[in-house]
Ligand binder design. Structure first.
Ligand code: IMP
Length: 424
């Protein structure tokens, strides 16, 4: 099974960083295929904690190739910052490869993101993601390979940055950017990272042909997908499994398994309806015990019970073959746990996730309630040693979404992961 896609099954922040880090140990190559520095991974090692945004968590495994794919929006300043941080901690980054086709986040993209979110109120991370992808689709964006051809880049960038300045000044009444200054800064930045830049679809293709194990790591989650998520409160890329093919340049026939990372409860950052949201002390308990504060923005995450309607939807949209259930230990002290199994909308029972937020906003969850396990599971290492109530909860999740678990996380550390089915 050499090609495995890992996706978030909810609204992001499912603990993908930890699972990627765990699986990276068995893989030969780890690929990020979409998003940008809006993502945040926290990886805990024995005595250290790493927060990464752009660079895949696979970087902590020096023998693995670590790829930033063509579908990623790369902020050159941020990537240099992350590289410096890793170097300062003695981590070798010579295993990093950046796609020559990846889009570049420009200073004006970040500014536009900030300005436009004032009226759109999506609650974006203000990392310039939406405007960068908008420019890519409008064919006025810049890719890493463009910056490597200086004369071409100087010409095109001067024109485009001029257009953006006019937009900022005339339409938004904001100051523009010094085009020459931006240009020099970008050229200085590309000089720092150019040795990491390669044709990554070709590299991954060759790895797969050579029988090497490749892990495709999605950022964000299914419900933040631009097509399949809770539009317009979504990110501007494809975090779903299909996005791995496009964002890495690998055909669907090459993929073997799709793992959905499911947090044992639900969280959401930013705006938009959230049927199982708990605005009471249980929600606050989940936030505090689960340390539910954004890695990128520090914003408190909205918290609620597990929603199996979402999981069923994620299973279908991504073609999930396995589940990785995370943060189960956060529920250790709950007397009872609830799972939403359907929605009630204007008196009608909905079992499938609705296509619009207009309906989702009016959905009231129908819950089942199960006994909690009321004991510390953080040191359990075998599935059979989990309390019966924990196993019942996991097996109910499997039954409700029709997908079997392969991994169960009972704490943030690498060794707090129970493997029930081998991935690689
Ligand atoms: P953007 O990706 O910065 O454009 O933000 C769009 C929406 O996606 C906002 O609701 C963000 O809070 C959300 N979002 C983006 N990245 C993440 C993430 O890594 N975890 C959770 N939510 C995210």
């Amino acid at each position: 099974m050499p090609a495995v896609i890992l996706v978030g099954a909810q609204w992001g922040d499912e603990g993908k960083g930890k699972i990627t880090d765990f699986l990276a140990d068995q893989a030969d190559c780890v690929v990020r295929y979409q998003g940008g520095s809006n993502a945040g991974h926290t990886v805990e090692l024995d005595h250290d904690q790493f927060k990464l945004h752009l660079i895949p968590s696979g970087i902590l495994h020096p023998s693995k190739t670590c790829v930033i794919g063509n579908g990623v929006a790369v902020d050159l300043g941020k990537i240099i910052e992350e590289l410096d941080g890793l170097h300062q901690r003695g981590i070798d980054t010579s295993n990093l490869r950046i796609s020559s086709r990846a889009s570049v986040v420009m200073p004006y993209h970040k500014k536009l993101d900030e300005i436009e979110d004032r009226t759109k109120k999506i609650g974006t991370t203000k990392r310039g993601i939406g405007p960068t992808y908008a420019d890519k689709i409008s064919r006025v964006g810049f890719r890493i390979c463009d910056l490597l051809h200086e004369e071409y880049f100087r010409q095109k960038f001067t024109l485009e940055a001029g257009n953006k300045n006019r937009l900022l000044q005339k339409f938004y009444g904001e100051p523009g950017f010094d085009v020459e200054e931006m240009l020099e800064q970008l050229l200085a930045q590309i000089a720092v990272i150019k040795d990491y830049v390669v044709d990554t679809p070709l590299l991954i293709h060759r790895d797969l042909k050579a029988g090497r194990k490749v892990l495709f790591e999605g950022a964000q989650g299914t419900l933040l997908d631009i097509d399949h998520g809770t539009y317009p409160y979504v990110t501007s890329s494809y975090p779903t499994a299909g996005g791995a093919c496009v964002g890495a340049g690998i055909g669907p026939t090459e993929m073997d398994r799709v793992i959905g990372v499911v947090k044992a409860y639900t969280t959401r950052v930013g705006e938009g309806p959230f049927p199982t949201e708990l605005l009471d002390e249980t929600g606050e308990f989940l936030r505090q015990r689960g340390a539910e504060f954004g890695t990128t923005t520090g914003r408190p995450r909205r918290c609620g019970w597990l929603d199996a309607v979402i999981l069923r939807y994620a299973a279908r949209i991504n073609g999930l073959t396995d589940l990785a259930i995370t943060k189960l230990d956060v529920l250790d002290t709950c007397q009872t746990v609830k799972i939403c199994v359907a929605y009630r909308y204007k008196g009608e029972l909905l079992t499938e996730f609705p296509d619009t937020d207009i309906v989702l906003a009016g959905c009231v969850p129908e819950y089942i309630e199960m006994p909690g396990w009321n004991q510390d599971i953080s040191s359990v290492t075998a599935y059979r040693d989990l309390p019966a109530a924990t196993r019942d909860y996991i097996e109910k999740i499997e039954e409700l979404c029709g997908v079997k678990q392969a991994l169960v996380a009972v704490g943030p550390k690498r060794d707090q992961t129970i493997v029930t089915r081998k991935i690689f």
